[in-house]
Design a binder for this molecule. Structure first.
Ligand code: ADP
Ligand code: MG
Length: 747
């Protein structure tokens, strides 16, 4: 039949638990040695792997090929270690450990494991969660769900001590990670996370390192040896530090003895007081994160009902002392900090998965935030007396996202990239949100779309995590009038495990487009720099010259690098077959200028066009110079700003509105078109109003700069240019439609 288990896959210790079918209570499953927790250490020995305390002892004795704390590099695809020249990633090592834990638990239970809930630090990013799932799969485990360690601990605690409306701050300081999470106990076993922060590179190991520094200094003073240069002696001191730290949790002073090769025995003193003052900055780092969580939830330290201690490092006496000072009450240590997480995971293993919630955000000071009212924190209700829940069956867990999810966007001025948040941090998960935007397809391109999803709150994309580069393919070419454009809907989701999923659909299709993951390119540093087109096209990386394929929302200032200008088709042959008639006109468009130059031109249409959506608020300004066009009948520079058009030769020409000439110009002049508030387009020639027209909001307007030649006779075009082109589009006309955020789809 198989058993569902909960697994705490810790940096330093791991534990497995299940719901005992007789007692209906969560229980730890002891490992093969009868221990309730297993050190997360592996030793590679003679082609085999040894796990747990045996491997830990081997490592402490300085034996080779021992690996530990690999969880710290979860999600990193670079090798964590090389054993006999073979590289192993953190994910692979975690897979080996999980297989071992599974086998030992199966032996203890005398049954197979059907599926497992595995815990991760709340602060794990999508990539780290994905790596955990992959490790479990490699270990032959079916993952029922990934839950956050503090939430699991809160469940184990809540089972025995439920107090409706209590706001519990779970302070989880383990061996390698720190998580701080605020949970609310709702009605009858409904546990909800409100806010969470953490630092997954901060834990007991950092306190060990400080002990190591103190001891190295003392031993060096006592022996006169340079221990920093002596790897064997250094390893001896390092091997002592964790044990010394643990002993200092129980005694205030102690003497540490060690034997060094070439010197003999040395004994040095160390006191808890020295240790505490040498590590106070580490505790303060945790305190700052506590404060950040309270700020996010809009609470003060007084509003916290209780602080729950989880993780082996909370056994250091300075931890509860520090928290008591901060919160004015003694933290609770009712749970076994080593076991609570696995027990909570076991409770969750008896649950079915929940359904998606819709996005619930509010904008505070211009920043998108989770609507706290919707997560049950709006009102501060009185805490009811503690009670024992009737059983694990009544408990439900609602988790939140530790990291906001956003996409790389360009600001209104068009000069800077920023993180446009789609799903704010601390939003209940699973959740999905969709956005739609226009994508300009091309008949001869593969029409793929790169998506840069971000995890993090920072405005600056460079300070955020990019889980993967997602590439949407299979977009069909859609031609709309003169311009090829289509609507792509992208759905961003956090699943119940906190893993990101990206889906895309074209127009109103009901089928998803293929989306593949690619490694994040090295060159994403450019998102931290001003938007500069020259830089983008000179081979920095993944932006193809002349092609915009990134999902960069909110095109505002339009220029030639962030709007798709469509080139007219060029004639590639001449009907006469004469070689000299091969057309060689070039249209060069960059941010400042469109240039036409060439010779021996016949029957051609060449130029660029841009379509302004009828709803867009738009201004365009340019200077035109036709003086170098060689006079030849039939050939002319053609300009159209939607409501007006002009055929221009070397001497200039006439400007028409609805077929009527409204202005004659010389070879050099300026043109400006803007949309008035009343929905009327006005055209100014050399700053004098030449004509105006009201167009319906539904009508789009084409801006065309081209060279045309209708007859078959030759024309010689030497040079014409349009310069100082400024096109400004106001925020009302962004290419993305905010209102569509709720337009999500299932599966
Ligand atoms: P993780 O979840 O990261 O595996 P644990 O919650 O199991 O970590 O905590 C392990 C950490 O707790 C280690 O750094 C260990 O040194 C520390 N630790 C365990 N017992 C004590 C103690 N009595 N005093 C101080 N630190 C302790
Ligand atoms: Mg832990």
């Amino acid at each position: 039949m198989g058993v569902s288990v909960g697994i705490d896959l810790g940096t330093t210790f791991s534990a497995v638990a299940y719901i005992n079918p007789k007692t209906k209570h969560p229980e730890i499953i002891p490992n093969g040695e009868g221990s309730r927790i297993t050190p997360s250490v592996i030793q590679f020995l003679d082609g085999e792997m040894i796990f747990g305390s045996e491997a830990e002892e081997a490592m402490a004795a300085g034996e080779p090929d021992c690996v530990a704390t690999f969880k710290r590099e979860m999600g990193n695809d670079d090798p964590y270690c090389y054993i006999d020249g073979v590289p192993y990633t953190s994910e692979q090592l975690s897979g080996f450990l999980l297989r071992h834990l599974k086998e030992e638990a199966e032996a203890a239970l005398g049954d197979t494991i059907k599926d497992a809930v595995i815990t991760v630090p709340a602060y794990f990013y999508s990539r780290e969660r994905e790596a955990t799932i992959n490790a479990a799969k490699a270990a032959g485990l079916k993952v029922k769900k990934i839950i956050d360690e503090p939430n699991a601990a809160a469940m184990a605690y809540g089972l025995e001590h439920w107090r409706e409306n209590a706001r519990i701050l779970v302070y989880d300081l383990g061996g390698g990670t720190f998580d701080i999470t605020l949970v609310v106990m709702g009605k009858d076993g409904q546990l909800s996370t409100v806010a969470t922060r953490g630092n997954h590179k901060l834990g007991g190991r950092d306190w060990d390192a400080r002990i190591e520094d103190i001891l190295l200094e003392r031993f060096e003073a006592d022996t006169g040896l340079d221990l920093h240069e002596d790897s064997e002696a250094y390893a001896i001191v390092r091997g002592l530090s964790e044990g010394v730290k643990k002993q200092l949790s129980a005694m205030s002073t102690m003497r540490v003895a060690a034997s060094f090769p070439g010197f003999g025995k040395s004994t040095v003193p160390i006191s808890r007081q020295e240790f505490e003052s040498g590590t106070s900055d580490l505790l303060e780092q945790t305190g700052a994160l506590c404060q950040a969580v309270l700020d996010e939830a809009g609470l003060s330290t007084k509003d916290v009902t209780d602080v729950l201690l989880v993780g082996g490092s909370t056994r250091m006496p300075q931890v509860p002392a520090y928290l008591q000072k901060m919160f004015g009450k003694r933290p609770i240590a009712h749970v076994n900090p080593d076991e609570a997480v696995a027990l909570g995971a076991a409770i969750q293993s008896s649950k079915e998965t929940e359904t998606y919630t819709s996005l619930s955000v509010q904008v505070i000071d211009g920043k998108k935030k989770t609507d706290m009212g919707s997560v049950g924190l709006g009102v501060r209700t009185a805490v009811k007396p503690a009670k024992k829940l009737s059983g694990v069956g009544v408990m439900t867990l609602r988790e939140t996202t530790a990291h906001a999810m956003g996409v790389v966007a360009i600001n209104d001025e068009g000069d800077r990239y920023y993180n446009e948040i789609i799903i704010p941090a601390n939003h209940p998960r699973p959740v999905r949100a969709a956005k739609r935007f226009r994508f300009y397809t091309h008949p001869r391109s593969d029409n793929e779309l790169d998506l840069y999803v971000l995890q993090g709150d920072s405005e600056n994309p460079v300070d955020c995590q990019i889980p993967h580069k997602y590439v949407v393919s299979g977009i069909r070419h859609v031609k709309r009038g003169e311009i090829a454009g289509t609507v792509i809907r992208v759905q961003y989701s956090y699943d119940a495990n906190g893993v990101i999923h990206i889906q895309a659909r074209q127009e109103d299709d009901t089928k998803d487009l293929p989306v593949r993951q690619e490694p994040v390119p090295e060159s994403t540093y450019r998102f931290g720099r001003p938007v500069a087109s020259g830089e983008v096209t000179d081979g920095v990386g993944f932006l193809q010259a002349g092609e915009r394929r990134d999902v960069v929302h909110k095109y505002k200032a339009v220029n030639f690098s962030n709007a798709e200008w469509i080139r007219f088709d060029r004639i590639t042959y001449h009907p006469s077959g004469a070689e000299f008639n091969e057309p060689s006109v070039h249209v060069v468009a960059n941010d400042e200028k469109i240039e036409f130059h060439g010779y021996n031109v016949s029957a051609m249409d060449e130029g660029v066009t841009y379509t302004i959506d009828g709803n867009d608020d738009f201004d365009i300004e340019c200077e035109i110079n036709t003086s170098t066009i060689q006079p030849h009948p039939g050939g002319h520079l053609y300009i159209s700003l939607g409501i007006i058009s002009a055929n221009l030769t070397q001497d200039g020409g006439s400007i028409f509105l609805d077929g009527a000439c409204v202005k004659t110009v010389g070879p050099r002049f300026t043109l400006r078109m803007s949309l008035t508030d009343g929905g009327k387009y006005e055209v100014y020639v050399n700053d004098v109003l030449a004509g105006s027209k009201t167009v319906s909001a539904a009508d789009s307007i084409d801006v065309v700069f081209g060279f045309t030649h209708e007859s078959h006779c030759c024309s010689i075009l030497s040079h014409a240019y349009i310069s100082d082109i400024k096109m400004l589009q106001s925020s009302g006309g962004s290419d993305e439609d905010e209102s569509s955020e709720t337009d999500t789809w299932d599966d």
